[in-house]
Design a protein. Structure first.
Length: 348
């Protein structure tokens, strides 16, 4: 039992009975925190020798954490069904398919390429309403726009274990006290700074990015001599959940844009259990999340594992990136910028 988390959910969760569902997810995250802490001591490193539905190699910890969260969802009477990055199809709860009123989607272990290197990893979750409680949920019931989420959040297993929970109009951060297993409320009414000088992107993909993103990053990198007239800092952890937590802590912008590296894929991140929950957290904290042109929360899903371009963080920077997407001259602006600006002169 976690009193501060329960009190917060009882007070701010509205009338959709969120407390049980989020406490069950938090319980799963607590077990995952313990497992990640012991890692190599209990053999939870390295590949599981299998692939998930996206064709990605599963790590032992991917498989184990998926089992932990699945068990937590099966035991929760408010959860009629759940879906996971690691499972091809959505699962109907064996015990509560007809009396549960929520559908939960999760990425049990985000940033799994970081496990063996002992770098922060996390869990991401999204809670949707069951459209018709009283009957078994069908596969299509899960395909709701992010705007419908009742709650969303993530846990980050870093130097401390943090759990960020967002419900309509409010987001808070809890820190796990390892001494007694309590989630202690450490930050309420989170607001993300609207301005920032920090961005996060995998710069090795620069040549594949769409033109508005090339323009945005080139202008940041140009620093004080460029059109932004100030220096920017860059970070890339390669665990989205860790980047999201840095951004809600001190601001910043994260970009995994559409690119033409694998034109078949609309983006890298998955809509239902990565982009939507992070977008919901950002929205409650005064930050934005877009595909480039459109709010993530308005994307109409067409598949459980669909990918989307994802840009989120401090409102002013995200608005600027949306403007660059809307500006058709941005398609040529990188070239113009390179030939016109001091950036090129300074580096010629
Ligand atoms: O789940 C996808 C993910 O691992 C994110 O957590 C992270 O931001 C991204 O992929 C890392 O991508 P890359 O391998 O291109 O650095
Ligand atoms: Mn992930």
């Amino acid at each position: 039992m976690s009193d501060e988390l329960k009190d917060w959910l009882d007070r701010h969760g509205g009338d959709s009975g969120l407390t049980e569902t989020v406490l069950a997810i938090a319980g799963g995250c607590q077990l995952i925190a313990e497992a990640t802490r012991q890692g190599p001591l209990i053999g939870l490193v390295g590949s599981a020798g299998s692939s998930n539905v996206q064709g990605e190699t599963q790590q032992r910890l991917d498989v184990y954490t998926n089992e932990l969260l699945s068990t937590a969802m099966e035991g929760c009477r408010s959860v009629a069904g759940y879906a996971s990055e690691e499972l091809e199809e959505a699962i109907v709860s064996a015990r509560h398919s007809s009396d549960g009123w929520h559908l939960v989607l999760f990425d049990p272990l985000d940033g799994s390429s970081n496990i063996d290197a002992n770098i922060s990893i996390g869990t991401i979750f999204s809670v949707l309403p069951h459209p018709e409680p009283g009957r078994e949920p069908a596969a299509d019931d899960f395909l709701q726009a992010g705007r419908n989420q009742l709650a969303a959040g993530y846990a980050v297993y870093g130097p401390a274990t943090a759990l960020v929970v967002a419900v309509a109009g409010r987001a808070a951060s809890f820190t796990l006290n390892p001494a007694d297993g309590e989630w202690v409320l450490t930050r309420d009414e989170i607001r993300v700074p609207t301005a920032t000088r920090e961005f996060a992107i995998n710069a090795s993909n620069e040549r594949f990015w769409e033109a508005p993103v090339q323009r945005y990053v080139a202008e940041c990198v140009a620093g004080v001599e460029g059109p932004r007239s100030r220096d920017f800092n860059m970070r890339w952890v390669a665990s989205m959940v860790a980047e999201a937590h840095r951004i809600i802590t001190r601001g910043g912008v994260f970009l995994y844009p559409r690119d033409n590296k694998e034109p078949r894929k609309a983006g890298r991140l998955r809509l239902m259990y990565e982009a939507n929950p992070v977008a919901f957290v950002m929205a409650q904290a005064g930050a934005h999340a877009v595909t480039g042109c459109h709010p993530i929360l308005d994307v109409k899903p067409d598949g459980l594992h669909q990918r989307v371009p994802l840009i989120f963080g401090s409102a002013e920077e995200v608005a600027r990136i949306v403007d660059y997407h809307a500006d058709t001259s941005a398609n040529v602006s990188l070239q113009l910028f390179k030939t016109r600006s001091l950036y090129v002169n300074a580096h010629a």
